[in-house]
Design a protein around this ligand. Structure first.
Ligand SMILES: C[S@@+](CC[C@H](N)C(=O)[O-])C[C@H]1O[C@@H](n2cnc3c(N)ncnc32)[C@H](O)[C@@H]1O
Length: 215
């Protein structure tokens, strides 16, 4: 059971069977490739990687990807795919129960897709993510635009009903990230909590850790 009440361990086995999730990860990876100059020299962290849908889309374009998650079941699903595909540049990292310990690194790029709304203390998380970046390193966050609580059929473990891009951009600036840019990465059509089909939009916000003074 994940600490936020959602059973991501149990969801892991069938996570990739939902085509809209697979498509979303592809679209977010494309948006990241447009916003960030990806290179084979890059060491990348995927925070809240789940089964690694985003990690594995990025993996051919960068040097190494570490998928980090609080759910051991999700990481086992990713490890099975890595073994089946014989990938040598993808690792996993089990985060502590609250996902609040300092992160290793430093990384050239930290990405995250659809995890932020499951994290209660977003400014605290951004502080830890920024600290785990190299000077000049990139942060790329994809999540829901405000959804009025309609995206999740069960709100257990959901701390934010999407995010205002301007608010999140200000939080990124507050932890020392510069050149904040936003774009719409994807749209996902699915039944809303009220039962009606709805298009949910997903943003990508990017920024770079400022170089230390005198560098
Ligand atoms: C909606 S899933 C998204 C998974 C993946 N990024 C994707 O696009 O398919 C959210 C993931 O965040 C993880 N998670 C939830 N709370 C977390 C936290 N506090 N720290 C790190 N990961 C967390 C869950 O275990 C789950 O794998």
């Amino acid at each position: 059971m994940s600490p936020d009440g959602m059973n991501f361990d149990q969801a892991a086995a069938s996570w990739d069977q939902e085509p809209r999730r697979v498509r979303l990860a592809q679209e977010v990876a494309q948006a990241i490739a447009q916003a960030v100059p990806l290179s084979p020299a890059m060491d990348v962290l995927d925070f809240g990687c789940g089964t690694g849908l985003l990690s594995l889309n990025l993996q051919p374009q960068v040097g190494r990807v570490t998928g980090a998650d609080t759910s051991s079941g999700m990481l086992q699903a990713l490890e099975a795919k890595v073994a089946a595909q014989g990938l040598g540049n993808v690792a996993t990292l089990l985060l502590d129960g609250q996902g609040q310990a300092a992160l290793p690194g430093p990384y050239d790029l930290i990405v995250s897709n659809m995890t932020l709304h499951h994290v209660e203390d977003v400014p605290g998380l951004l502080t830890r993510l920024a600290a785990a970046l190299k000077p000049g390193g990139w942060l790329a966050l994809a999540d829901l635009d405000p959804d009025e609580g309609q995206f999740h059929p069960d709100p257990t473990g959901v701390f934010h009903n999407g995010f205002e891009r301007a608010w999140l951009g200000r939080q990124m600036r507050a932890v020392g990230l510069e050149g904040i840019q936003e774009r719409t990465a994807a749209s996902m059509r699915k039944p809303a909590r009220d039962g009606a089909p709805r298009d949910f939009s997903i943003f990508l916000l990017t920024g770079q850790r400022g170089a230390p003074r005198g560098a």
